[in-house]
Design a protein around this ligand. Structure first.
Ligand code: PRP
Length: 179
């Protein structure tokens, strides 16, 4: 798998440091608020498990599966809920955990939905922000890294379902996706 990577952008240590930093901020902001931390499947799984262990206050976890991409590389704008939450967000302080924000369409839909369901507050934490690609006015509250407009994989981010298990984040060699 490592041979498919052109260059490493963020090492395991870089990601760990970013999680620690964001975890401290989130701890300070959410102490005593018993937040509902929502992991957006599947890409955010690795990040969620690391970030919550850096948050030193009571919280609860839930999961949603939302799909916005049709065939792997381009957003279709068609955001579908594949798995909904198990618990109600009404009156809860919600923290959405994402691996990456690209066009912002997914979060635009998700924040709107959770607000409509009467969440007390909705904040967003993302490890990566591809700000140059934004189409919707979504500004995350906690950001690990602002990333260039390159196709990156690893640490939850996939290409055609693969590379999520790489412990670092890198750029794929062009020949991998042109094959
Ligand atoms: C990715 C990512 C975000 C979304 C961001 O998910 O995890 O949810 O795309 O793109 P946007 O800002 O353009 O909406 P994807 O739909 O690829 O599913 P996955 O997490 O299961 O890989």
């Amino acid at each position: 798998m490592d041979n498919d990577i052109l260059k490493v952008l963020y090492s395991r240590e870089d990601i760990q440091q970013a999680c620690q930093k964001m975890g401290e901020q989130i701890t300070a902001d959410f102490s005593g608020k018993n937040p509902l931390v929502i992991c957006v499947l599947k890409g955010a799984v690795m990040f969620m498990t690391d970030i919550v262990r850096e948050i030193n206050t009571y919280l609860e976890l839930d999961f949603m599966d939302v799909s916005s991409y049709g065939d792997g590389t381009e957003s279709t704008g068609d955001v579908r809920i594949l798995k909904d939450l198990d618990v109600s967000v009404s009156g809860r302080n919600v923290l959405i955990v994402e691996d990456i924000i690209d066009t912002g369409r997914t979060l635009d839909k998700l924040v709107g939905l959770l607000t409509h369901r009467n969440a007390a507050s909705v904040k967003v934490c993302t490890l990566f922000d591809k700000h140059d690609r934004r189409e919707k006015a979504i500004t995350p509250d906690y950001v690990g890294f602002n990333v260039p407009n390159e196709f990156i994989v690893g640490y939850g981010l996939d290409y055609a379902g693969k590379y999520r298990n790489l412990p670092y984040v890198g750029v794929l060699k062009p020949e991998v996706y042109s094959d």
